[in-house]
Every structure is written in C-alpha cells, then in structure tokens.
Design a protein around this ligand. Structure first.
Ligand SMILES: O=C(O)c1ccccc1N[C@@H]1O[C@H](COP(=O)(O)O)[C@@H](O)[C@H]1O
Length: 197
C-alpha cells in the first residue's frame, strides 16, 4: 500500500512522516488552511530523502503558475485538483515530474487518460476531511490510483477494504484542527496501514 501524508507545513511533521515510513508527502500550494508558499515548501522538501516523493498540491491554477511553484519548491510531483483539462497535464509534461490527477468519483477514472502518472480519487470537496462512499469506486479506477477523503487511522483499513486502492492519501485525518498536524496521528496512520517506521 502506497501512503501519502499531505498538507505538511512544519519540519518536525515532515520528519515524523518520513521516519514513520511515508512514501510521499504533500505541500499544499493553493487556497487552504494548509497552504505554504513555494519558498516554504522548498525548505521543507530539502530535508526529505530521495526515496520519499515530494508533491505540490494545486487546485485550479493555470499551468504557468503551477510550473513556477513547482520549480521554486523543487517538488518531484504535482497534484492537480479541480477537473483540470488534459491540456494542463500536457503543458506540464516537459517538467519531468510525476503528474497526479485528483478527481472525484464522477470523473474519468482511467489513470493515464490525461497523461498523468497517478490518479487520486477524492471526496467531492478535497481537503474537507469528510468520509464519503469509498465502496462506490471499487473496481472502477484503472491503473495506479490512490484513495483520499476523510481517511483516519481508525477507518483507513475499512476504506481500503471497501475501495481496494493501490494507495491512500490523508491530510485532515492526521490533524487536531485544520492545518495543525499531530505527529501521533501521523504515526498511527502509518502503523494502521502496516508501516513500522
Ligand atoms: O488539504 C487541502 O486543504 C486541500 C486543498 C485543495 C486541494 C486539495 C487539498 N487537500 C487534498 O485532499 C486530500 C486529503 O483530504 P482529507 O483532508 O484527508 O480528507 C489530499 O489529496 C490532499 O492533498
């Protein structure tokens, strides 16, 4: 199970996620209580070892804005929420970064249909922390896809059993308040999916 911990903004939380076995960590660079500037994301990403994928998260920004933020921050992947057109992914392809298309369950769920490398199937309102009907997507996405939306240490195994994703992604579920990560919850989430650090 591939695991991404998202919405990190403090070095100690990045260190906790890495030490506890995260495969990817995300920095939100769009409107959100978790927003960090590209410069702050660069500081955080600099401490991340090469085996952990650093992801810049965006929603609705134009490709030039995403490109500039990705280059400034040095992230190795970009995650685009908000039903971006295929052309936006094509426009970013030359960066050589991992492209993640983040959609709700009503979108085209074929990973690669927009030239993306990974698909993320999320709740209708990304970053809300609200659980949704994970079982509704079981068997529908193709290729490498992550499940997100309302996952917590307590429910992630139920969600995985319901949807059978390739990976999982969490933000709100490892927080004590919007934008406030809790190291104990980060560790608990990774332990719940079988990571022992
Ligand atoms: O976290 C946000 O505030 C956010 C804002 C805009 C786009 C995406 C955002 N987060 C993404 O939402 C999922 C996790 O959701 P949850 O909080 O665990 O329910 C993850 O992909 C984040 O990158």
């Amino acid at each position: 199970m591939y695991v991404k911990i998202c919405g990190l903004s403090e070095p100690e939380h990045v260190a906790t996620a890495v030490a506890a076995g995260a495969d990817a960590i995300g920095f939100v660079m769009t409107r959100s209580p978790r927003r960090v500037t590209p410069e702050r994301a660069a500081e955080l990403a600099a401490a991340v070892p090469a085996h952990v994928l650093t992801v810049g998260v965006f929603r609705g920004e134009d490709p030039d804005t995403v490109r500039a933020a990705a280059l400034t921050s040095g992230v190795r992947a970009v995650q685009l929420h908000g039903r971006h057109p295929h052309a936006d992914f094509t426009a970013l392809k030359d960066l050589g970064l991992t492209l993640i298309r983040a959609v709700d369950a009503e979108a085209d769920l074929r990973c690669g249909a927009y030239d993306e490398d990974l698909l993320l199937v999320d709740a209708p309102h990304a970053g809300s922390g609200l659980p949704w009907d994970w079982a509704a997507v079981r068997g529908r996405p193709t290729g490498r896809w992550m499940l997100a939306g309302g996952l917590t240490p307590a429910n992630v195994n139920e969600a995985v059993a319901a949807a059978e994703p390739w990976g999982v992604d969490v933000s709100s579920g490892v927080e004590t308040a919007p934008g406030v990560k809790d190291p104990a919850l980060i560790k608990a989430f990774l332990e719940a999916v079988g990571r022992d650090g």
